[in-house]
Ligand binder design. Structure first.
Ligand SMILES: Cc1cc2nc3c(=O)[nH]c(=O)nc-3n(C[C@H](O)[C@H](O)[C@H](O)COP(=O)(O)OP(=O)(O)OC[C@H]3O[C@@H](n4cnc5c(N)ncnc54)[C@H](O)[C@@H]3O)c2cc1C
Length: 468
């Protein structure tokens, strides 16, 4: 039996980065992945495919160029699913190769098969051809991720009713699409298909989109989605899904109906722990269906760690990678990455992008933090004019007494990149004045920070300062 310092189960971002971290510091590592492809949901079915499709949707719809050249760039005629998926397939393939190269360069032994615990130090690897081998280790990292929730009462056929994995197998672009579930995945796909000219209805049981966002940003996102043509059905719950000659019909609890050619059900994901043999090591999922860990990603069995989607919130590729690294550093006592950063940015790749970090106005009110707000508008920024995004907003929230930055919220072009500058100031305890002191390249979107800061100081002083 081969013995390792570390066995990682799952080759998604949490597993890959955890394995590479341990190997980098000289540990003997094995990575067990059930499917022939590395990269997990991040590369194969989730993050990267959806972000690449977003770029394709922007390209084929000509949305970015609309109005810039006095030409009406409308949707390319005769767009096929193959056109739409082409770039996605290229990106997925290149990223899979990069992960495979990373694993090889770190001399990590790769086992293709399903990992199943036999005990706290032994793992069976069940390969597709019916063979089983057993390997052992001092330390384990469970990084088996999550899969879409498929309620039994919904007649998924992956032809007209899809989940967020099988949507990538859609064989034609529908004329209409019902998206059930207004979480990040649902809203992203809704905006993407609407940009392609698909008539999209988005159903969500809550009264506002993405309620964790600052309310002003959430409202701006709602308006922008409606401008794209998305019909929002908030405060609505689906009661029954049925097939019709033209596609699908969703009856709502309110008695209303949504009819569309196709539907995407994107309401929730579940930890992938089936067949892992958790009971053999005395582990079980919690009430929400996830593995419980401490701040070092250690389960109640001290030599077994868990990271990524399998432990639940925030269930992002960005955080999963870091959790995998922190877990391994703790397990082997590496004096390196000791904790996950406490400020976690949120990137939402809708059209337009949204990104935020830190406190919202609502959370400041709840915590009774006296705060002030500064707003910078893309419309007043030269780069905003050049790129054609005249509706974007960058919003800074800072404490009234010491002017420390508390939150950054952005909707508009490159929001997910721009947020990092504010996050660094926030993380390092900087004040809103930092943005006023900095010199920014011109013309850039980053410069909007300076004008948001001027606006904020004007608001704080109770009058509008003249900018500049
Ligand atoms: C549509 C969509 C869009 C997303 N967009 C973003 C985004 O923009 N930004 C972001 O940060 N995150 C995004 N995410 C989330 C991100 O994809 C996940 O948080 C991330 O992939 C989780 O990484 P992981 O390593 O925990 O698990 P996964 O990526 O799910 O990988 C788990 C791996 O474990 C394997 N496995 C499972 N069980 C076993 C077993 N018993 N034995 C061996 N192998 C096993 C699986 O085959 C899989 O390869 C998105 C997700 C979806 C679905």
């Amino acid at each position: 039996m081969d013995h390792y310092d570390l066995i990682v189960i799952g080759g998604g971002p949490a597993g890959e980065k955890g394995a590479a971290q341990a190997s980098y510091f000289g540990k003997k590592v094995a990575l067990v992945e059930e499917t022939p492809q590395l990269g997990g949901a991040c590369i194969n079915t989730g993050t990267l495919p959806s972000k690449t499709l977003r770029e394709s949707a922007l390209y084929f719809s000509g949305l970015r160029q609309r109005g810039l050249y006095g030409i009406d760039y409308s949707l390319r005629e005769g767009l096929t699913m193959q056109d739409f998926m082409h770039h996605k397939d290229d990106v997925v393939e290149s990223e899979r190769n990069l992960v495979r190269k990373n694993i090889a360069e770190h001399a990590i032994d790769l086992y293709v098969g399903k990992g199943q615990f036999k005990g706290a130090n032994e793992l069976a690897v069940l390969s597709g051809d019916g063979k089983t081998i057993t390997i052992s280790a001092h330390v384990f990292l469970i990084a088996t991720g999550s899969r879409p929730h498929r309620p039994a009462e919904i007649p998924f056929d992956d032809q007209s009713i899809f989940d967020s994995d099988t949507i990538l197998e859609m064989n034609r672009i529908p004329q209409s699409l019902a998206v059930v579930g207004g979480g990040v995945i649902g809203v992203e796909y809704a905006s993407m298909f609407a940009a392609l000219g698909v008539k999209v209805t988005l159903l969500d049981s809550r009264d506002r989109l993405l309620p964790f966002l600052d309310a002003e940003i959430s409202e701006l996102l709602r308006l922008r989605l409606e401008e794209l043509g998305v019909v929002l059905q908030l405060n609505g719950r689906s009661k029954h899904f049925g097939k019709t000659a033209g596609g699908i019909r969703i009856e709502l609890e309110s008695g209303q109906c949504i009819e569309a050619q196709m539907a995407l059900f994107a309401a929730g994901r579940r930890a992938s722990v089936q067949g892992l043999g958790l009971h053999k090591v005395g582990l079980a999922v919690n009430k929400r269906g996830y593995l419980e860990v401490n701040e070092f990603y250690q389960t109640t069995v001290p030599n077994i760690y868990a990271a990524g989607d399998v432990i639940g919130f925030p269930a992002l590729a960005s955080t999963s990678m870091e959790q995998g690294r922190v877990a391994v550093c703790h397990a082997f006592g590496f004096n390196y990455k000791k904790r996950l950063a406490h400020m976690l940015p949120m990137g939402i790749y809708t059209i337009p992008e949204v990104s935020s970090v830190g406190e919202t106005e609502e959370s400041c009110k709840e915590k009774s933090i006296p705060y002030a707000v500064g707003r910078g508008h893309y419309a007043n920024n030269a780069r905003g004019q050049i790129t054609g995004d005249k509706q974007g907003l960058l919003k800074l929230i800072f404490r009234r007494d010491d002017r420390k930055v508390l939150g950054v919220h952005i909707i508009g072009e490159s929001a997910t990149e721009l947020v990092h500058l504010g996050m660094i100031v926030l993380e390092s305890g900087g004040t809103v004045d930092s943005f006023i002191e900095m010199v920014f390249n011109y013309p850039t979107l980053s410069e909007i920070y300076k004008y948001a800061a001027y606006d904020g100081l004007g608001n704080l002083a109770g009058h509008k300062l003249r900018e500049g």
